[in-house]
Design a protein around this ligand. Sequence first.
Ligand code: AMP
Length: 228
Amino acid sequence: MICGMAEVSARSNKVIFSFFGPPGSGKGTLAEQAREELGFSVLSLGNVCRAHIAQQTELGVRLSEYVQRGELVPDGLIVELAKEWFLKQIKTSNKVIFDGFPRTKRQAELFLMWQRQECPDYCFRVILVELAEDDIVKRLAGRRVCSQKACQSVYSKVYEQDTCCRCCSPLTTREDDQEEVVRQRLRLYPAYRDSLLDYYRAIGKPVETIIVENLNISQVFSAFKAML
Ligand code: AMP
């Protein structure tokens, strides 16, 4: 696999996968499976934000303004959260997944500039997880999550279960999965996606794609494993 970075010439065993795609495309579920079955460390900045909000920290109050409106958290702030998490994780893990980060061109610029200087031995790979808009709305409307902040596992409503299989906590609907907020998140997505993809093209970073339409979870997981 070509990393597209001069400083990582051969395929590295130190890897950062950036999963990128619309809300509801299943990138979080795929990341979770990669964590459980392949030992990846996974960063979900959405989960980090929600945990801060639930703890009502000073940062949480700031973050809630954006998350609850379905807007993106400012680039500088979200990149700092990602760097902080990454530096902790790489003490114990060589392979990490960023679930939904970078999401904007500026986030990618800031993170890659920093990573090239601080951790150039990591190969940064981008996986675009694609799904059509109609399917996204259906999926998000049917999504429930574990209410335990440390868990936040995702379930589909079709399974009609009320508790989490992993930690037995009750399931709930995410506040930002309300229809109006979902629509706002989807409205913002294409503009961010296009400028991010333009940026990757400009710097010669390959973008690998998994089209999840008509694929079940294990097929999506197989497609990812084939990329390793
Ligand atoms: P998610 O759980 O990935 O759907 O993210 C939920 C919310 O967290 C988003 O709507 C944003 O408010 C915030 N968030 C998560 N990741 C990012 C990011 N990379 N950039 C900015 N905001 C983010």
